[in-house]
Design a protein around this ligand. Structure first.
Ligand code: IYR
Length: 228
């Protein structure tokens, strides 16, 4: 195989102090992000969502196949349909349908810190639901056949960049994973080789929004890193 074509790459070189300042400044902004479960119905410019998706689309990915699709749901009817289907799954998950919960007792106890339940009004209130799909196949051309690689990792990184960009734009987000979420493929008209990864709920926080105090507990650097 002949060597691939290359293009030059360089970055503006920051003095160490500026690099430290820049890293700390972004850290401090990202530390303000919370998973928000109380949204207002205030509209958000579509251009912000477009730019955030383009930021997400710049994420590294296996063989640069970019195995993601972002289905942006704004239509009230479709949001309502997604809410209905999600809540039906969640009622089974939490055992709110009268049956045995699908979640283990340990899982339900862990969620007790967050105070979540099967009610998901934010799926209708928030102006945008970005339903993220992971493409098991397709390559850059999305031919539905070419094998993709490290799909979950790639999509996870892209979602991180998506929520970071939306946060920078002053918007609240929730990475929501109804369980199971196969219904989203049909709800968004996506092909069978795509698997829903998560819903990123986007909007402004509601006027009386709160977050669980548990969400403020973050691991300190000493715990989450080792230097070898
Ligand atoms: N999908 C459920 C349960 C849930 C699970 C985890 I792990 C969370 O961090 C939060 C919620 C729900 O959305 O309620």
């Amino acid at each position: 195989m002949k060597p691939p074509e290359t293009v030059p790459y360089s970055l503006p070189r920051l003095p160490d102090e500026d690099a430290i300042r820049a890293a700390r400044a972004l850290r401090d902004r990202l530390r303000q992000r919370r998973s928000c479960r109380h949204f207002s119905d205030e509209p958000v410019p579509r251009a912000v969502i477009e730019a955030a998706i383009e930021a997400a689309g710049s994420a590294p990915s296996g063989a640069n196949h970019q195995p993601w699709h972002f289905a942006v749901v704004a239509s009230p009817a479709r949001k309502r349909a997604i809410r209905r289907a999600a809540e039906a799954e969640e009622r089974r998950f939490y055992g709110e349908d009268g049956g045995d919960p699908r979640a283990s007792a340990e899982w339900l106890a862990a969620l007790g810190e967050l105070g979540t339940d099967a009610d998901k009004p934010f799926l209708e209130t928030a102006p945008f639901l970005i339903v993220v799909f992971a493409q098991r196949k397709g390559g850059i051309e999305e031919d539905g056949r070419t094998q993709n690689y490290y799909v979950n990792e790639s999509v996870g990184i892209a979602c991180g960049m998506l929520i970071a960009t939306l946060h920078e734009a002053g918007l609240a987000t929730l990475t929501h994973t109804p369980s199971p979420m196969g219904f989203l493929r049909e709800a968004c008209g996506r092909p069978e080789w795509e698997k829903p990864a998560m819903i990123v709920v986007v909007g402004h926080p509601g006027a009386s929004a709160t977050v669980p105090a548990h969400a403020l507990r973050k691991k300190p650097l000493e715990q989450m890193s080792s230097w070898l």
